[in-house]
Design a protein around this ligand. Structure first.
Ligand SMILES: NC(=O)c1ccc[n+]([C@@H]2O[C@H](COP(=O)([O-])OP(=O)(O)OC[C@H]3O[C@@H](n4cnc5c(N)ncnc54)[C@H](O)[C@@H]3O)[C@@H](O)[C@H]2O)c1
Length: 337
């Protein structure tokens, strides 16, 4: 099937917005048409490095009548839902960085608008493309572990003053929302994607060494899976100097698995009845932001998925309902504060 080229714009041209722009540029069926950012200092990079038009806001961009099919939302978390709604109102598809929004209610408004406009909302959860995650999803879907007894997720990261700079949206209640939204929503997504929804949530939170943020830096969350088994999600951004680990341990009736490493990027243990561990594809390195590292650099898969889906040959890897569920689970956990 011959793919039709898809035209993109990116709103929010910071760390991750520039990655989206670069990945769009690298995909031969994608074309970057414009960049939108409130920071006019970025106009030069947009025009000289990317050779695209620059706009200060979505209204100016849509008033220009430049034709695009998709706008990628890479602004701070607290703007995701309102940006998405404005894009859908202008009859474009949306790619929205994680989290889809900061409340379930605003995510519902985005879904309502997308249904009205007959436009797609792609949520960015690129860790799903990591070979160990995809393998874990498959082995659990095939019920190879039998009944799931316990799932433990540990995310022990470093985010300190080097990350929470004064004047940034990071670490603010309205635009960041908390570490489960900004740092760990990828792992809530992996948990929900593989094991389904949770109930009977209990949680404890602490702010150990981030007095300059209005939310916790660490938490211990326990719950039951609706499909059976119990779970525990422990997280912290208080680790000294650098990320320690992001891991998931699964105890099932017919075996145990641990996927660990700094970014859930290594199968550390697999002992499953009548099963031989296959050789997995190599993983991509994490996004490197200088002083700190983020999740896997898999954004090219997202652009590829958008191009394929809009050409009718694939489906959104993470659809809007899944994006909403992650936000809803985090909202239920944070309701226990
Ligand atoms: N998927 C991932 O692994 C991943 C990694 C990093 C960040 N993110 C997400 O991407 C988003 C951006 O994070 P970042 O680290 O790139 O932040 P950033 O601060 O580097 O960039 C944000 C950009 O948005 C611009 N901006 C702010 N308000 C705006 C508005 N109203 N309209 C237009 N532009 C506006 C800022 O000027 C800045 O250039 C966040 O939602 C974050 O959670 C996702």
């Amino acid at each position: 099937m011959q793919l039709q080229p898809i035209k993109f714009a990116v709103i929010g041209f910071g760390h991750i917005g520039k990655r989206h722009a670069a990945m769009i540029r690298e995909n031969k069926f994608a074309e970057l048409v414009a960049v939108i950012d409130t920071d006019e200092n970025l106009k030069q990079i947009a025009e000289q490095e990317y050779h695209v038009a620059f706009f200060k806001n979505l209204s100016d961009f849509f008033a220009s009548n430049l034709k695009v099919d998709v706008v990628n939302v890479c602004t701070p978390n607290g703007f995701h839902a309102q940006n998405s709604i404005e894009i859908l109102e202008n009859n474009c598809h949306v790619v929205v960085e994680k989290p889809m929004g900061l409340t379930k209610a605003e995510c519902e408004q985005v879904i309502y608008k997308s249904l009205q406009a007959h436009k797609q909302v792609f949520c960015v959860m690129q860790n799903r493309y990591s070979p160990p995650s995809a393998w874990l999803k498959q082995i659990i879907s095939e019920s190879r572990l039998g009944k799931i007894f316990m799932v433990q997720i540990n995310c022990y990261w470093n985010r300190d003053e080097r990350y929470y700079k004064q004047g940034s949206w990071k670490g603010t209640k309205d635009l960041d929302g908390g570490v489960l939204f900004t740092q760990f929503s990828h792992f809530i997504d992996i948990m929900y994607w593989i094991f389904g929804d949770i109930k009977n949530i209990n949680a404890r939170f602490q702010n150990f060494n981030h007095a300059y943020t209005p939310f916790e830096d660490s938490g211990v969350v326990s719950f039951d899976f609706i499909n059976g088994g119990m779970g525990m999600f422990q997280y912290s951004t208080s680790v000294w100097d650098k990320n320690l680990e992001s891991s998931i341990t699964v105890i099932g009736e017919n075996g145990c698995i641990k996927v660990g490493g700094q970014y859930m990027d290594k199968v550390e243990y697999c002992h499953v009845k009548n099963y031989e561990m296959p050789q997995l594809a190599p993983i991509n390195p994490p996004n490197d932001y200088g002083n700190y590292k983020g999740s896997a650099a898999n954004h090219h898969f997202i652009i590829e998925n958008v191009v394929n889906t809009l050409n009718g040959s694939s489906q959104a890897t993470t659809n809007a309902l899944e994006g909403l569920k992650v936000v809803e689970i985090i909202e239920r956990i944070y309701a226990l504060k």
